[in-house]
Design a protein. Structure first.
Length: 87
């Protein structure tokens, strides 16, 4: 693994900078969700919540990929097979 050391201005929190860097790496597809969360020091669930707050898509499907995923979904209503809280 590579190491990066940078001098930040005093008004930039190192943890904030780490979070923003990992979000950008995730958004660009350079690291997985799990690796980005690990590098930022958060659980996957918390990291996903932080991504959502910043408007970063957790799931980024192309229209073709989404069509393929939908084709694999159970037949019937859109919520068939979903957890009860989503039905």
């Amino acid at each position: 693994m590579n190491t990066l050391t940078i001098d930040l201005p005093y008004d930039v929190d190192p943890d904030d900078a780490r979070l923003l860097l990992t979000m950008k790496l995730f958004e660009e597809g350079r690291v997985s969700l799990g690796k980005a969360a690990e590098l930022a020091g958060y659980t996957r669930r918390t990291y996903m919540e932080l991504l959502a707050r910043r408007g970063v898509a957790v799931f980024n499907y192309s229209p073709e990929s989404l069509d393929e995923e939908m084709a694999l979904a159970p037949e019937g209503s859109p919520t068939e097979g979903a957890p009860p809280e989503m039905a």
